[in-house]
Design a protein around this ligand. Structure first.
Ligand code: PEP
Length: 252
């Protein structure tokens, strides 16, 4: 089945509102008439409304980098899925490895955040991936299986229309060490099999699985031409409009 490619930029904790606006406008100029692939950018919460405004009416969607599972209340420092939707976002990244590594995110809290995002009708980019130690210990599949099972726990086949899975080996994020196309393809096919076992062939064939981890203009084509790699979640290279444009244009 032909799946439409999806490339998302995770701006992480970068860009002031003014810088975010400039980057969004630059991307808008470069990609606005580009219809071959779905594109989203995920600025900081502080910059969401600025970027939504800059991209209004364009083909580039906006996402948040996380959402909390309650709708409102005494949760200092958090924002909720309905707030993100009300600010003009269509997507939320959930379970990024930096959240797991530095902010105590667990498989269980990832699942709660995903469910809250789905309730608000946000599209979710659910991140999974093994650490370097786990890969070296040959437990990549076990780890990814546990993370995927937890992330999708309690979801229905209908919910899966709003889910993209991002396979991001932790050892490849921000390190310049990308997985080889073969290494990535192997895990992507494994993830698709997990989805097939849980939800059946139609859902597995339709779900998009992005690769993330040091995707750059010069390695994007090889990675994105693999049969089970349906796009990319891009960190560092999404901060320069020219680099991100090249990655989007490398998507099949
Ligand atoms: C990411 O943070 O999702 C990511 C893939 O980062 P980078 O592209 O910088 O490795």
């Amino acid at each position: 089945m032909a799946r439409r490619s999806f490339v998302a930029g995770n701006w992480k904790m970068n860009k002031t509102p003014e810088e975010a606006r400039a980057l969004a406008l630059d991307l808008r100029t470069r990609l606005n008439s580009y219809a071959k692939c779905d594109v989203a950018v995920c600025p900081t919460n502080l910059c969401i409304t600025t970027v939504v405004e800059a991209l209004r009416g364009s083909s580039i969607a906006v996402g948040a980098q996380n959402v909390f599972w309650e709708k409102s209340g005494a949760y200092t420092g958090e924002i909720s899925a309905p707030m993100v939707v009300a600010s003009g976002c269509q997507y939320a990244i959930i379970g990024h490895s930096e959240r797991r590594q530095y902010f105590g995110e667990t498989d269980a809290t990832v699942n709660k955040r995903i469910k809250a995002a789905l309730t608000a009708r946000l599209k979710v980019i659910a991140c999974v991936g093994e650490t370097k130690e786990e890969r070296l210990s040959n437990v990549t599949q076990q780890v990814v299986k546990r993370q995927v099972a937890a992330a999708l726990d309690g979801l229905t086949a209908g919910d899966m229309a709003l889910i993209t899975i991002a396979y991001e080996p932790v050892w490849a994020i921000g390190t310049g060490l990308n997985a080889t196309p073969q290494q990535a393809q192997e895990v992507h096919a494994f993830i698709r099999d997990l989805v097939r076992a849980k939800f059946g062939a139609a859902v597995a064939d339709a779900v998009r699985i992005q690769y993330g981890g040091s995707v750059k203009a010069d390695n994007a084509k090889d990675l994105l031409s693999q049969p089970d790699i349906d796009g990319a979640l891009v960190g560092g290279a999404s901060l320069a409009a020219k680099d991100f444009e090249a990655i989007v244009k490398a998507a099949k």
